[in-house]
Ligand binder design. Structure first.
Ligand code: ATP
Ligand code: MG
Ligand code: MG
Ligand code: MG
Length: 436
């Protein structure tokens, strides 16, 4: 992408309405644009990040054995009347009427719809277990939308739903999702801690929230710092190994971690003092086991191996995909701007031509740009070097290749790593090798 042709607007002024750093930086770096309260358009750079985050979530869901579907954003009220949630959900639900005066709604979540869809096909125990997910826009008419996409009204969520024959099966599905979540967040370089959570109005009896520690978080949390040193990527732990997954789950849940509502001051005392982490956190994911709540109300049942009728056990598993973009910035920024982790960066590299029009600079920049056609932003604007440095730092590309007349004359490129600030001057070939 050449900056002279790109739509990558940046703002010099800090927008007055933005109270937290991620919101300020998302506006200043041109990632999002508010179109009405709590509703945002995603501009090219933001959209690329959102798609990369989405893709990591998708790959880890697939790896865990879940299958992707896409359900609509608009649902019929009738589905929700069957489960009884049409009244219960209250004002957070955006209610609509179609031209025939039928009650519709913009989906805040999809338990009813997926159960109804699955009911149309599942007839016997052979059709279970299954786990279906989608990544779709949700609408919740939040009382106080704020902090940009962190608490929007329209937001992108990954929601998965599992169907099992038995409670033990459902617990296994739950553990699979817990592992998939830990791997998902780890791939993004985030330390998200699963904390035992209140099951709230959705009902049921087993639930964890995945929380990232950040000063701007809205939940108060307590956890054992042991969590931070764990590596979940070890692929020798497979998703189908029931005892191994149980062992993993027992290990995770034996470490103290709780939100304020579930905090137990006595158990907290047993965590060594140096390992106690206490602060504010951002909820980026939430998993629930809720048994037969929706299968029973939505009329889902299948024939068991012995011919008896079984009402499946269910769970649901959410990730705040658009919220994650903001959470990633809360975790990775400095005074100058965003510091995107490699895994989610909109572009890997910014090529800063310090003197457009200088034949040597132009040629070397073009050569480097040609090597990374989809992964580089080429700052070919007729701007001062300072402006280019500031914009590249603000937008947070993991690498900057700085090319000025003196270096270009000798075929040399200066590389800067945004995350650490390290710089080095290299030959063109060495720079290519470093970036590949
Ligand atoms: P919160 O406590 O922040 O209101 P929630 O508990 O109501 O979230 P869930 O129903 O658990 O949300 O939805 C799954 C995930 O969707 C949450 O963990 C969160 O990451 C994300 N999410 C929920 N509400 C919003 C919102 N208004 N804007 C952005 N993401 C959201
Ligand atoms: Mg909420
Ligand atoms: Mg919550
Ligand atoms: Mg929640």
């Amino acid at each position: 992408m050449r900056l002279t042709r790109a739509f990558l607007p940046t703002l010099k002024e800090t927008p007055a309405e933005a109270q937290i750093v991620s919101h300020r930086l998302m506006l200043r770096a041109g990632l999002i644009r508010q179109t009405s309260a709590g509703i945002y358009a995603w501009l090219p750079a933001g959209w690329r990040v959102l798609q990369r985050v989405t893709q990591i979530v998708r790959e880890e869901q697939d790896r865990a054995g879940a299958q992707e579907v896409l359900m609509p954003t608009i649902q019929s009220a009738e589905l929700w009347q069957r489960s009884g949630r049409y009244e219960d959900y209250g004002k957070e639900m955006l209610r609509l009427k179609d031209r025939h005066d039928r009650d519709m709604l913009f989906g805040p979540t999809n338990e009813e719809m997926i159960t109804d869809i699955f009911r149309g096909y599942a007839t016997s125990y052979r059709d279970l277990p299954r786990n279906l997910y989608h990544i779709q826009w949700k609408f919740r008419d939040e009382v106080r939308p704020r902090f940009g996409v962190m608490r929007g009204r329209e937001f992108l969520m990954k929601d998965a739903y599992s169907f099992d024959m038995t409670m033990e099966g459902a617990q296994h599905s739950y553990r699979q999702m817990m592992l998939a979540y830990l791997r998902t967040f780890q791939r993004m370089g985030l330390k998200a801690v699963p904390m035992r959570a209140d099951t709230g109005p959705i009902g049921g009896n087993l639930s964890h929230e995945f929380i990232i520690l950040a000063e701007t978080g809205e939940s108060t949390v307590f956890y054992d710092s042991e969590f931070e040193s764990r590596d979940w990527a070890d692929t020798s732990l497979g998703y189908d190994d029931v005892p191994a997954l149980q062992g993993f789950f027992d290990q995770v849940t034996s470490m103290y971690a709780a939100t304020e509502e579930m905090h137990d001051a006595t158990a907290w005392q047993s965590v060594p003092e140096a390992r106690r982490r206490e602060g504010k956190g951002i909820e980026v994911g939430h998993i629930f086991y809720f048994g037969q709540k929706y299968s029973a109300t939505m009329g889902l049942s299948v024939a068991g191996p012995d011919g008896t009728t079984v009402v499946p056990e269910m769970g649901s598993y959410g990730i705040g995909v658009s919220r994650l973009v903001a959470a990633l910035i809360e975790a990775n920024h400095d005074e100058a701007g965003i510091k995107w982790p490699d895994a989610v960066a909109p572009w890997k590299l910014a090529i800063l031509n310090l003197k457009p029009g200088d034949a040597g600079c132009d040629a070397l920049c073009e050569k480097l740009y040609a090597a990374f056609p989809d992964q580089a932003v080429y700052d070919d604007r007729a701007e001062r070097a300072g402006v280019k440095f500031n914009d590249a730092d603000l937008m947070g590309f993991p690498w900057q290749a700085i090319i000025g007349p003196r270096g270009a004359a000798n075929g040399r490129v200066e590389l800067k790593r945004r995350m650490t600030g390290e710089r080095e001057e290299l030959s063109f070939e060495d720079a290519l090798a470093r970036l590949s």
